[in-house]
Design a protein around this ligand. Structure first.
Ligand code: PT1
Length: 279
């Protein structure tokens, strides 16, 4: 199963965490009926894609077992695939979960480890769906301890993604199936995240659909003198608009309705400007 991006405007990927320790939903959606209800709510709010994840990858999070991850996400993918036509993305690094989720109807694989787990390239190749390759330095549990980059972080992230794209092609995955993501907050301090965000257009020029996840992240809190995660909606909207204006094809967000509305305004003005430039 595959789908076409809404390329005329930036798409909204709604976050559906099925984790008991998720950093901003407080594990409220662990149970199946709640997870399904939350997914349907995000679709009603205007999500173009739902990203379903059973492993928390925020800073400090510990890995989960394959069985635990399966038990969390597969019933949710099955139910939402049955009940909606909205494309579902599976946020996983685990080959078994990729296979089961795509069989259950997932239309995209979103892997924060960019298919570096043993067997992941093979599973993703066989799945036949688009794949989002994300940059991360280190592993979630320890990645924020001492992130280090050379003078040009965009070059380094681009080099990593280019290497993963080559690995995908060597595994038989057509590059037309690949999306990319610089991985905000994944082994990056504030200066690293800001340097990437300020030069997002360099990544969008690589020619792959660009995914950006800034929603409620600590980098926004740091820029607002340490505000609480519950107070980060305005900052998240500013980040989503910046990303859309600088080439993001998709923004990954918690607050779908607010983000979709902000993007509609931005897009209406951007379209008017483009029409005038063309006239
Ligand atoms: C992301 C992303 C993701 N983020 C993609 N998938 C998370 N493609 C999970 C913090 O600093 O950006 N892109 N899957 C969530 N990860 C984090 C990272 C959550 C950092 C919070 C922080 O607060």
């Amino acid at each position: 199963m595959s789908f076409v991006l809404p390329h005329a405007r930036c798409g909204v990927m709604g976050i559906l965490n099925v984790t008991p320790d998720s950093f901003s939903d407080g594990g409220r959606f662990v149970r199946l009926p709640q997870a399904i209800a939350q997914g349907l709510r995000l679709i009603e709010e205007g999500a173009d894609i739902l990203d379903i994840g059973g492993e928390s990858t925020r800073p400090g999070a510990a890995p989960v077992s394959v069985q635990e991850e399966m038990d969390r996400v597969i019933p949710v993918v099955e139910a939402l695939a049955r009940e909606t036509g909205t494309p579902l993305s599976i946020d996983t690094s685990t080959p078994e979960v990729m296979r089961a989720a795509v069989s259950a109807g997932a239309a995209l694989i979103n892997d924060v480890r960019a298919l570096r787990m043993p067997g992941a390239l093979k599973a993703a190749a066989a799945a036949g769906v688009p794949i989002c390759l994300m940059h991360m330095q280190g592993e979630p549990r320890t990645m924020q301890a001492s992130p280090r980059y050379g003078p040009d972080i965009v070059d380094e992230v681009t080099g990593f993604l280019t290497e993963r794209i080559a690995a995908c092609e060597a595994a038989g995955i057509d590059r037309a199936r690949l999306w990319i993501d610089p991985g905000f907050g994944f082994g990056k301090d504030l200066s690293h995240n800001l340097a990437l965000l300020a030069q997002l257009d360099r990544l969008s020029r690589l020619g792959f659909p660009l995914v950006v996840g800034l929603s409620r992240k600590s980098m926004l809190g740091q820029m607002l003198d340490g505000n609480d995660v519950s107070e980060r909606l305005p900052a998240s909207l500013a980040g989503a608009l910046w990303a859309a204006a600088h080439g993001a094809a998709v923004v990954r967000v918690h607050d779908v309705r607010a983000t979709a509305e902000a993007l509609r305004i931005w897009h209406a003005v951007a379209s008017e400007r483009a029409a005038r430039a063309g006239a």
